[in-house]
Design a binder for this molecule. Structure first.
Ligand SMILES: [Zn+2]
Length: 107
């Protein structure tokens, strides 16, 4: 289990996007790591723009990754924008196929 640094909810690591900080000096770039292969300290976030916004607002990126400088969130924001979260279309709930019909019933 990992904690999303945006909404602070715990979730299986496979449900969260791992990312690491790349760079040296005072400027770091947040690098999405969907395959979980990059070395270094990572943090986790839901693939959800709302979680990203929360993390950014609370400056959670720097804290989670122990950064002292400025974190460039551009790559991470782009990744979250392009990967849509699953389960946004709920077609099971909206299917009207099983509605009983009163028409043509034998008397
Ligand atoms: Zn979250």
């Amino acid at each position: 289990m990992r904690t999303c640094i945006g909404c602070r909810l715990r979730a299986p690591a496979t449900d969260l996007l791992r990312f690491v900080a790349v760079g040296a000096g005072d400027v770091f770039r947040l690098q999405p790591d969907p395959k979980r292969r990059l070395p270094g300290r990572g943090a986790h976030l839901h693939l959800d723009p709302a979680c990203f916004a929360q993390a950014e607002r609370r400056r959670a990126f720097g804290r989670a990754l122990r950064l002292t400088g400025v974190a460039d969130t551009g790559l991470l924001a782009e990744h979250i924008r392009t990967v849509m979260p699953r389960g946004t279309t709920d077609d099971k709930a909206s299917a009207p196929s099983s509605r009983p019909s009163k028409v043509g019933r034998p008397q």
